[in-house]
Design a protein around this ligand. Structure first.
Ligand code: ATP
Length: 303
């Protein structure tokens, strides 16, 4: 009998993020292009008397029912009809920056769904898991899918970009503190109400650049409607973006709702150089190199 299951799940960045106007229901329509990067959280689930969450080293992450991994376990437990499921202790080994616009919480939820599905022998298909993921949050289905994908709706309707087979090299500049996603959307609404804010437009150019595969072509098409709002809330991000270009990045972009900056580089060597040079300047908290696309959530261990 399996006693614990570990799932590895990637962070995401958004190569393109176009945000529609505020809808009457409080949401915004999004069109986004996600890419999964080789920066991972690992989530281990073990049968226990009751659900619990541990995130060693990250006291700022809730370990209550507010944790998305907890919500995921509970959701799946409720859906198991004939008692195959059981409460689990969830341990999260975090590498994805918290509140960094890289969907760490969503990734943990996706990982927990896959881990419990495996632990309990439910054998739910990936598409059934994606339906459950959708109810947990907009970015959860992509964390299951991975790769490069177009997201529509609130980001939860995910379609793979099959032509994106090339590997891209990124530097991630992590900022001090996080940005709250709802606050960044509210700031965008405020800026748009105050006057015209340029919009990133359609997704076709990004998809064409992904098909040609050169990082230079992709760099010319990166865009994020949330960037102006993230910079308005954290003006220091502008310095990071400027420094990224001075140090040889092809293009820099706020990742999702920020404050992480994703810098596209020409190749792995250039990414290592840009990372080293940025780390020597006082423009961000820390740097990581990463590449993508990589596959989505995957079982890496079961004992
Ligand atoms: P988004 O998915 O909105 O882009 P993000 O990547 O900016 O989110 P997360 O790391 O997912 O940020 O965290 C956002 C907030 O979600 C955190 O401040 C934290 O309070 C809460 N949260 C809930 N569950 C988790 C989790 N498993 N890991 C990290 N944060 C979590």
């Amino acid at each position: 009998m399996t006693r614990s299951v570990t799932v590895r799940v990637p962070a995401k960045i958004n190569l393109h993020l176009s945000v529609g106007d505020l809808r009457p229901d409080g949401y915004h329509d999004l069109v986004t292009v996600y890419q999964a990067l080789d920066l991972y959280d690992e989530v281990t689930v073990t049968p226990a008397a009751e659900i619990s969450v541990r995130t060693p080293g990250y006291p700022e992450v809730p370990t209550t029912t507010k944790n998305l991994a907890w919500k995921a376990a509970l959701q799946l437990l409720k859906l198991t009809e004939s008692g195959e499921g059981c409460p689990v202790a969830i341990e999260i080994d975090k590498q994805i920056p918290v509140a960094g616009g890289m969907a760490g919480g969503s990734a943990d939820a996706a990982a927990t769904l896959l881990a419990c599905n495996t632990l309990w022998g439910l054998d739910l298909s990936r598409s059934r898991l994606a339906e459950i993921a959708e109810q947990l949050g907009s970015d959860v289905p992509f964390a299951l899918a991975g790769g490069t994908a177009v997201g529509t709706g609130r980001g939860e309707k995910v379609a793979p970009v099959l032509l994106a087979r090339h590997q891209f090299h990124w530097v991630l500049a992590l900022a001090d503190g996080g940005l709250s996603t709802p606050k960044v959307f509210a700031e965008l609404d405020r800026l748009r109400a105050a006057g015209p804010v340029p919009r990133v437009g359609g997704v076709d150019e990004v998809l064409t650049a992904l098909a040609t595969g050169t990082p230079e072509a992709l760099a010319a098409t990166l865009g994020n409607d949330l960037q102006a709002a993230a910079i308005s809330l954290n003006p220091a991000l502008r310095r990071t973006l400027n420094a990224a270009m001075q140090e040889g990045g092809l293009a820099g972009i706020v990742s999702g709702s920020g404050p992480t900056i994703a810098i596209l580089c020409a190749d792995a060597e250039s990414a290592a150089d840009v990372a080293a040079n940025l780390a020597g300047r006082d423009v961000c908290r820390s740097v990581r190199v990463a590449s993508g696309p990589v596959p989505g959530a995957k079982v890496v261990d079961r004992t």
